[in-house]
Design a binder for this molecule. Structure first.
Ligand code: E4P
Length: 218
């Protein structure tokens, strides 16, 4: 399973890359706004931190505008993956960019049939948003299960399921159990995955006992 980091904060990406937990990065217009930086500059910098796909999202909503933005974003670096929303124009742009050899991440997916359309449009990734469905008292993980099942029925569909809008470690565990290809996580959630109170307590006890021996390994 690939781990993508869902942020435009370069220092966070760098730190997690050192931990070996960054197979790629996802950004969106809200994350770029939060970074306070110029989009092209920050995407270019992120692309030097990881060789994996870095999703950069278009903001035009018509076919021509999205296509022009997508081509510009792809020109920033070889590992840019163009992110387009799941709209009619977005699906059309997905097909055009895919045919040009550009990887495309189709975002804002909230139904299994939307995911089927993205796969038919040749998307490299489909991004179903689990947290935002949970927020509406709908089962976000059921959407992942449905997409994994549908894609599994048609082995010619090569689109990877990229679980997005992950809010906590349970989402991650469920996504992995369902066999999702990728999860994109906020840095804080990646750190939460590491932590367990019994790990901390166990380490504390081991170190206290070790101190009593008066030994040192080196
Ligand atoms: C994914 O590509 C999106 O940027 C992200 O996961 C959205 O998460 P949110 O619902 O927490 O904003």
């Amino acid at each position: 399973m690939k781990f993508f980091v869902d942020t435009a904060e370069v220092s966070e990406i760098r730190a997690l890359a050192e931990l070996g937990m960054v197979d790629g990065v996802t950004t969106n217009p809200s994350l770029i706004a939060k970074s306070g930086r110029n989009m092209a500059e920050v995407i270019a910098e992120i692309c030097t931190v990881t060789p994996g796909h870095v999703s950069a999202e278009v903001t035009a909503t018509d076919y021509e505008g999205m296509l022009a933005e997508g081509r510009f974003l792809r020109g920033i670096a070889e590992n840019v993956c163009v992110k387009v929303p799941l709209t009619e124009a977005g699906l059309r742009v997905c097909r055009t960019l895919t045919d040009e050899g550009t990887p495309v991440n189709v975002t804002l997916c909230f139904s299994p049939v939307q995911a089927l359309l993205a796969a038919k449009a040749g998307a490299t990734y489909i991004s179903p948003f689990v947290g935002r469905l949970d927020d509406l008292a709908q089962d976000g993980m059921q959407l992942i299960a449905d997409i994994v099942q549908i894609y599994g029925n048609y082995p010619n569909l090569t689109t990877q399921v990229l679980v997005a809008s992950i809010r906590h470690p349970l989402h991650m565990a469920q996504a992995a159990k369902l066999g999702a290809d990728v999860a994109t996580l906020p840095p804080a959630v990646i750190r939460q995955l590491i932590k367990h109170p019994l790990t901390d307590r166990g380490l504390e006890a081991f170190l206290a006992d070790w101190k009593k021996t008066g030994q040192s390994i080196l």
